[in-house]
Design a protein around this ligand. Structure first.
Ligand SMILES: [Zn+2]
Length: 436
């Protein structure tokens, strides 16, 4: 079959093209008119652009164990509806966490047969599981996540500096990747406690210095061990010079930010609206604008959702207390329109957005068949209407709480193909291993 469009976002730019697919793989990318009478051709509408399926390397599915927060069926349905054809599941908030081979097996067996898009897995690095890391890598995890402060769940404790170095030494030997939640416990303890319904009070409780201190700890350990590291969900633009300097010094570090840090700003968050609570917090507009500049300049490598849902009860919307509420923003389904809305307003092109949301996360996770429209890759494709406008209503993920509700966003996902087949709610997704 062939999918063609007047605008196709290819790795080397945008042009009219026909994407030829056999057995779920892209076999040729030709001129728009290079089709023959016998081909089964789908031609996109004039207002649609053909994009590669997005890769979201930061999704908390929470199944098994906290499936009432989010499960594989609902999370991957939401992903598919949003043009995300590959998700990489985070190792914590499920029970068991993915910190052992057995935990990975539990994840895989519960995910199998119920995913609408392809799914890969992060392992977790916690105190005492260094011996599990290589077996989990061999079993297909794409790398490991760690926390540098309390994660919020007791079964996923943080690494101290000695533990961090032990893990990085182990991973450096096999070129494994460690991704880290970078906030510093001591800095947060020294800051004021969150103050009930006040968003300013919550923001003050997790200052930028907490991110900068933890990032500096990670960079120092990476420099000493030579390991590859990645900073998840950067909210603090003040950390960018640190990261730039480390890269200039040869430290192997990449960094992501998330749609909520690019869309919202602290002074727009209503007091008591804990749908906006996440850690690190949504900061002032100056951080948001500096993060956009960093995306344009290449100082931030990728944008992924950090879809981190919980039950509405745990969000404590009844009392609106930012200290009591679970931290995490849900909404992977609107990642693309949210980022595109902001990108367009700032003159950042669709090609750069696709790099940030498809090619770069696929490269981070080591999934060479994903992340672009190119010969040999999986035919994961999205028909996207970049000028269409829609208001965010009920989303497909399990618990509907999200700060995006009611927001008008530009860009609508019209159709999605996974390995050449239409995404229609059937569980056609596969479980992926690193390197697949
Ligand atoms: Zn997360």
């Amino acid at each position: 079959m062939i999918v063609r469009a007047r605008r196709v976002v290819l790795p080397d730019g945008e042009r009219p093209a026909a994407v030829h697919v056999t057995g779920g793989r892209i076999t040729a990318v030709t001129g728009f008119d290079d089709v023959t009478g016998g081909d089964e051709v789908t031609t996109l509408a004039d207002d649609e652009v053909l994009l590669p399926g997005l890769v979201d390397s930061h999704v908390h599915v929470n199944e098994p164990g906290r499936t009432e927060w989010e499960g594989f069926a609902s999370a991957t349905r939401a992903a598919a509806a949003g043009g995300i054809t590959t998700v990489v599941d985070m190792p914590l908030n499920s029970i068991p966490p993915t910190t052992t081979l057995d935990g990975l097996a539990a994840k895989r067996s519960v995910a199998a047969g119920q995913v609408s898009v392809d799914v890969a897995f992060w392992g977790g690095a916690v105190p005492g599981n260094t011996g599990e890391l290589r077996p989990m890598l061999d079993a297909g995890v794409v790398g490991f996540k760690c926390f540098l402060l309390d994660s919020g769940v007791p079964e996923f404790p943080p690494l101290d500096d000695a533990g961090l170095r032990e893990v990085l030494t182990e991973l450096a030997a096999v070129d494994g990747l460690l991704i880290a939640h970078c906030e510093d416990e001591a800095t947060i303890e020294a800051a004021p406690d969150p103050d009930g319904r006040s968003y300013a009070g919550f923001l003050a409780s997790r200052p930028p210095a907490a991110e900068e201190t933890a990032i500096a700890r990670l960079l120092a350990a990476a420099a000493d061990t030579g390991a590859r590291v990645h900073v998840v969900h950067l909210a603090d633009a003040g950390a960018l010079p640190l990261l730039r300097r480390a890269r200039a010094d040869g430290v192997r570090v990449t960094v992501e930010t998330c749609p909520h840090y690019l869309t919202f700003a602290a002074d727009e968050v209503p007091d008591g609206d804990t749908a906006y609570k996440c850690c690190p917090p949504i900061r002032e507009a100056a951080h948001r604008e500096a993060l956009w500049q960093a995306l344009a300049d290449g100082d931030v490598d990728l944008v992924v959702s950090d879809h981190s849902p919980c039950t509405p009860e745990l969000k404590r919307l009844d009392v609106g207390d930012f200290g009591l509420a679970w931290g995490g923003i849900a909404g992977l389904q609107v990642t693309l329109p949210a980022v595109w809305t902001g990108a367009r307003a700032r003159g950042l092109g669709l090609g750069r957005v696709v790099e940030l949301m498809s090619a770069a996360p696929a490269a981070l996770a080591g999934l060479p068949a994903k992340g672009g429209i190119a010969v040999g890759k999986d035919a994961d494709l999205v028909a996207f209407a970049p000028d269409a406008v829609a208001t965010v209503g009920r989303l497909e993920h399990r618990n509907p709480v999200t700060p995006y509700t009611g927001r008008e966003l530009t860009g609508v996902v019209r159709r999605v193909w996974l390995r050449g087949g239409p995404v229609d709610g059937a569980p056609r997704g596969r479980l992926l291993d690193r390197g697949a």
